[in-house]
Design a protein around this ligand. Structure first.
Ligand SMILES: Cc1cc2nc3c(=O)[nH]c(=O)nc-3n(C[C@H](O)[C@H](O)[C@H](O)COP(=O)(O)OP(=O)(O)OC[C@H]3O[C@@H](n4cnc5c(N)ncnc54)[C@H](O)[C@@H]3O)c2cc1C
Ligand code: SF4
Length: 489
């Protein structure tokens, strides 16, 4: 692996020249800018862990393409063990960063595109898998970070891509040349985009034959001509921008992944970097496989965050002298129960994984959807319980400047004291951490990341095998299975 640790990762980013804007100004160095550096540090943890003997087995894998040791984030799952190791790795990283460490979206994109490219080739005699694997070997050998770019702006949600008044609301091909294509449009909410090396572009939805120009899968360097990124704001970003470390709550890392708009203004993609081009009949399969892999993750990375939150409120309850209260213990128990329930479904959908025709392994899609659906509830319930235990001061406490002020610092220290043996600064720091992990931006990813709740409900109903379940019920009730019975479901 060319990039061996966090420092080398940051160095590699400084060699790139992506066009990034934040609050109207250009960011030249994402590794040092206060808005982006916390996210770079979170992603750097994925590189750092691979070098630590106790995590090496989780954080690295053996490439089935080259036999070389690679980062697990660039690996194509070869068996159930790979799927489970991924889940374990994500929980550890969630615990260590308390935020999104970003590399899984590209990872899941790699796995989805690999298996689908194989099946397109089987049907149409194309050579997408060959192109994809030669790109992937570069990614693996250099240990590059990939943005998984699926979500389009979508404009009017009641209309499909081809019906939008502005065709650029979904990324599409605007010109076809003998040596490649030119693409235009944008991808929104792009996790880790500003600190990645490459973009893996995928369609956002299943497409019909009227939308062939939208059925494009390809890889683009992050600093390719025509790419512009606009980095999004997060709750409390001004605190980080001003390096107010106590008030920011999580001084080293960001609130969520560090998302950006990626605009593609007529970007040329050479043929060797195109992995689907017009095969609309495979778009549903691609979106579905990507989504299932990504939904499986949430019961692991978010469980890592919930572990941190549970630890934070438990410590705060000690500082505030409430830890022995029976209802506090019960609420902490509920937080642990919900976290472990989520983790169970991540492990379960991995343990029930199956090989695709390409040999790459897929998670169980029903269980992966159930997992993500529960994240849209349990993480919020865990945050609610944390807020309950923490008390109102996480929303009302004075700033770090008042804490340190010669005029009023003594008042803050006096009236924000908990038990006498713990410094008030500890109570404020842990309160700010809870504020950062339960407020505004922090929770949105658990709702909409990997698809809004309804997207999972559609899949759960579709895969729910209702006809089989009706048969089971009829058999037990002694109702004959009539040949001409009305449709079961
Ligand atoms: C923090 C974060 C990180 C993310 N990272 C990535 C990433 O790295 N890569 C990536 O590709 N994507 C990423 N996403 C995007 C994510 O997958 C989308 O947010 C999600 O799919 C929902 O899409 P949307 O935000 O456009 O919301 P919408 O699709 O607009 O959904 C909003 C609501 O409208 C409903 N709705 C939508 N369409 C209709 C309709 N036609 N009729 C009725 N109701 C409808 C939905 O069910 C939902 O309740 C990220 C999102 C977040 C929040
Ligand atoms: S939300 Fe979780 S699974 Fe998605 S990229 Fe962030 S850490 Fe990975």
């Amino acid at each position: 692996m060319k990039i061996k640790n966090g420092a080398e990762y940051m160095k590699s980013l400084r060699r790139l020249k992506p066009k990034i804007y934040y609050k109207g100004n250009r960011i030249e160095d994402v590794t040092r800018h206060p808005a982006t550096a916390p996210h770079v540090r979170a992603a750097a943890m994925t590189y750092a862990l691979a070098g630590k003997p106790e995590y090496r087995d989780l954080a690295t894998a053996t490439s089935h393409l080259t036999g070389r040791t690679i980062s697990r984030f660039t690996h194509v799952h070869q068996n159930i063990e790979d799927l489970i190791k991924k889940i374990k790795l994500l929980r550890v990283l969630g615990q260590k960063t308390g935020t999104c460490f970003q590399r899984c979206v590209g990872f899941d994109g790699i796995n989805a595109v690999y298996s689908v490219a194989y099946e397109i080739d089987q049907k149409y005699g194309t050579d997408y898998l060959k192109r994809f694997t030669s790109w992937l070997i570069e990614i693996q050998d250099e240990n590059r970070m990939v943005v998984g770019a699926m979500t389009d702006p979508k404009g009017d949600r009641s209309k499909g891509p081809a019906q939008q008044p502005d065709p650029d609301q979904y990324l599409h091909v605007v010109e076809r040349r003998s040596d490649g294509v030119v693409i235009r449009g944008a991808k929104l909410h792009m996790t880790g985009a500003v600190n990645s090396h490459d973009i893996l572009v995928m369609p956002t939805t299943a497409l019909d034959e009227n939308s062939t120009d939208y059925a494009i899968v390809c890889a683009v360097p992050i600093d390719a001509p025509g790419i512009t990124m606009i980095f999004g704001r997060q709750a409390g970003d001004d605190r980080r921008d001003k390096q107010e470390w106590i008030d920011s709550g999580k001084p080293r890392f960001g609130i969520v992944g560090g998302e950006a708009v990626i605009a593609f203004e007529d970007v040329f993609v050479p043929n060797e970097r195109i992995f689907m081009n017009g095969e609309t009949d495979f778009t549903g399969m691609l979106v579905y496989r990507f989504a299932a892999h990504h939904r499986a993750n949430y019961g692991a990375c978010k469980t890592g965050l919930m572990d941190v939150l549970t630890g934070a409120v438990s410590y705060l309850a000690q500082i505030q002298g409430a830890a022995k209260g029976s209802h506090i213990r019960d609420k902490v128990t509920e937080m642990i129960h919900l976290s472990e329930t989520l983790y169970s479904s991540s492990v379960a959908c991995s343990a029930e994984g199956v090989p695709t025709p390409s040999g790459a392994y897929m998670v169980d899609t029903m269980l992966a959807n159930v997992c993500k659906q529960n994240v849209t509830r349990f993480h919020f319930e865990v945050a609610r319980l944390a807020t309950d235990i923490a008390g109102g001061f996480i929303a009302t406490m004075p700033s770090q400047y008042d804490l340190k002020s010669e005029d009023v610092g003594h008042l803050v220290k006096k009236y924000f004291m908990g038990v006498s043996e713990i410094p008030v600064e500890d109570r404020i720091k842990i309160g700010r951490l809870i504020e950062a992990m339960t407020g505004g931006t922090a929770m949105v990813e658990s709702m909409h990341g990997a698809g809004s709740p309804q997207a999972q409900r559609i899949m759960i109903f579709r895969e729910g095998k209702l006809a089989e379940k009706i048969k089971l019920a009829k058999a037990l009730a002694g109702i004959p299975q009539r040949k001409k019975a009305k449709k079961d479901s």
